[in-house]
Design a protein around this ligand. Structure first.
Ligand code: XIL
Length: 350
């Protein structure tokens, strides 16, 4: 079996693409590459920020390439929850309007995240806290009812090392498990048709974290929580061990819920140790994207929710804040497809 568990056809296709023999060698026009969404038998998405959509060239790239949009940060509490207890929706509304104007789906990210604890919630305790928590979820999910196809209801609940769950304002005020169960129940009440996800990262590189994540999912299901799917963020480095992405996706799919690749990017800068000094970074990046594409496309259709990239153009990647030279996405700073873009497409079709 080829590295990453790819069969020969997929491996050859991905390698050809990376050698510039695929439809797009490095730096060719976006038109030379068939749109990502046109080759995939599943929704293809990207994270966006409202202001990015004011750039006509980028808006055209988004419309051409993907069929689903996730607000990168403007549908999180840090943007929506206001100090006076009110809510701010101008930016997510703009993204939602863009999506519906272009026949694209909207995905809600995220409702409950340890990383965000607005002061307006910190100031509350007991019944008042629970009431504000419930009101927030009802207001946010309810606003996009019938437009958002799904939500990351709970994000990054598992501890960094995988041994148990994180503590947070939410767990302290409402209970370690109860805050999560309640969030799913409230989101379902606000939009019974949305698919509700548990989302986390490093599930490819930390088997203990993946096991704890899946055990949490099973406990939510046993509690009657309306959990509909599992999201693996897939923020990986180019030196990720071949086969790690495959193992994670197949393991997650074994639970019988929908699975989504929720935030994929493949960092070059975070890849200090490649398998061998001669291996080129872009080649490794393409192989990681190809492995995810190939395995996701081979999942049963009923298990595939969507495949979402955490951005399209390198210049817009959140990873650029960590390292200005990183180039983790499928399109370069000018929006031209990189070899990884055709590697991803060839692997989806393999
Ligand atoms: C990041 C965004 O990309 C940044 O713009 C923001 O400042 C911080 O959050 N996992 C997640 C995402 O679930 O919400 C994070 O997005 C990246 C890691």
């Amino acid at each position: 079996m080829r590295p990453g568990g790819l069969d020969r056809r997929a491996f050859v296709a991905a390698s050809l693409a990376l050698a510039g023999c695929g439809p797009v060698a490095r730096g060719q026009s976006p038109q030379a590459l068939p749109p990502l969404k046109s080759v995939a038998p599943f929704p293809v998405g990207t994270a966006v920020q409202a202001a990015q959509l004011d750039d006509p060239a980028f808006a055209a790239l988004v419309v051409r390439q993907v069929s689903q949009l996730t607000p990168e940060w403007e549908l999180k509490m840090e943007y929506v929850a206001q100090p006076d207890g009110g809510y701010r929706f101008d930016a997510p509304d703009k993204i939602a309007a863009f999506a519906s104007a272009h026949g694209q789906r909207l995905f809600g990210h995220t409702l409950v995240w340890y990383a965000q604890k607005p002061d307006v919630f910190v100031a509350l305790e007991g019944p008042a806290f629970r009431q504000a928590f419930a009101a927030y979820i009802a207001a946010v999910v309810g606003r996009y009812r019938g437009r958002a196809v799904g939500w990351d209801v709970v994000n990054e609940a598992v501890a960094e090392d995988g041994a148990g769950w994180r503590t947070s304002l939410w767990s302290e005020r409402l209970g370690d498990f109860e805050h999560m169960r309640l969030a799913f129940e409230l989101a379902h009440q606000a939009d019974p048709d949305a698919t509700l996800f548990l989302n986390d990262y490093n599930l490819e590189t930390n088997p203990l974290k993946r096991a704890t994540f899946m055990a949490l999912a099973e406990r939510l299901l046993k509690s009657g929580a309306p959990l509909g799917g599992l999201g693996t963020q897939t923020h990986v480095a180019a030196d990720i061990k071949p086969g790690a992405i495959k193992a994670a996706l197949e393991d997650l799919a074994s639970l019988g819920l929908k699975v989504r690749v929720s935030e994929m990017d493949v960092s070059l800068a975070r890849a200090p140790e490649l398998p061998s000094p001669s291996v080129d970074l872009l080649g490794q990046q393409g192989r990681a994207y190809a492995e995810a594409a190939y395995v996701f496309a081979k999942l049963p259709a009923a298990r595939r929710a969507d495949f979402t990239f955490w951005g399209l153009k390198d210049s817009q990647s959140w990873l650029r804040r960590e390292n200005g030279a990183d180039a983790p996405l499928l399109f370069d700073d000018d929006g031209a497809p990189k070899p990884a873009a055709s590697a991803w497409e060839d692997a989806v079709r393999a």
